[in-house]
Ligand binder design. Sequence first.
Ligand code: CA
Length: 365
Amino acid sequence: MKRRQILIAGSGLAAAALGGCSKQAEIGGAPQQYAVGKVIEWKMVTSWPKNFPGVGVGAERFATLVDAMSGGRLKVKIYAAGELVPALEVFDAVSRGTAELGHSAAYYWKGKVPAAQFFCALPFGPTAQEMNAWLYRGGGIALWEETYKPFGILPMACGATGVQTAGWFNKEITSVDDFKGLKMRTPGLGGEVLTRMGGTVVNLPAGEIFTALQTGAIDATEWIGPYNDLALGLHKAAKYYYTPGWQEPNVTFELDINLAVWATLPPDLQAIVRSAARAVNAEMLDDYNAHNMEAMEQLKSEGVQVRRLPDAVLAKLKEVAAEVVDAAAAADPTANEVWTQQKAYLQRLYDYAQYAEKDIYAIRG
Ligand code: CA
């Protein structure tokens, strides 16, 4: 009992989590603490193929860091998409306790948690640097934890892609009309923009994209960026590669942790999990920045047609995106609360950028 009190006093989050388990406490006492020296084994379900460049490597890196920092006390076994649960069921699996951990992207659950996508990616939204400033210093993490709490999940940012590409197309995009009737894989709010432009959205996990594009089941796809797209071989299934990734100026990946299990983890291991997630969030962006550049050089050397979307198309996409984001927020009270706070904060960051990134990029080239 004394140990439990110390634990509660020592960690506000653990206390909150234990509070959330009051029903369990009534039935069978407090959640069991792991015995000192016991090796803890957690399953981590992911939405990615095994060791997939960037995002899949990030999941592996998380497991390696946790093992090393805990001296082998906490082991994380990674399951690729489909091994334990399907790619897009990571959130549900962690929520019901099938796995202790998950690594995925929040916009896959927008049907269940409409506010989730605001912690992940917004069309014409924040870059990785801006998203991180909001999450870690602008109140984003607290809103995220509050949003997932009813589902029994503790979220942590665990990887960022940086600016993506607009994707692979088998026909040229010369005007806004070219989106009419276009069947394209693109998730989240970017997908809703496409729908409003007259296109049809198909939500596919990584493992199914290439075949869908090659067989003509879809006309176009975006995935992440040159590094991942090259790995999927998308250049062998489409003619044109468009930039910039207006639909996702960044995607932040998430670690989902079962809250009841988290509450049983000793505070030092909780700190290790938080630190490992923070490290992977930074490292993955480094990985993307370096490898996207290399992969784009390779794609161009292989004759891929890299095109920029026309200004008029980007202007229309931006106009529709603003409507879509506001409508998504208005449709759900939690999403509205998140977006109201986030929008104001991001505006301040965008305003500040004129004195920093925007000016340096413009001058330096
Ligand atoms: Ca994408």
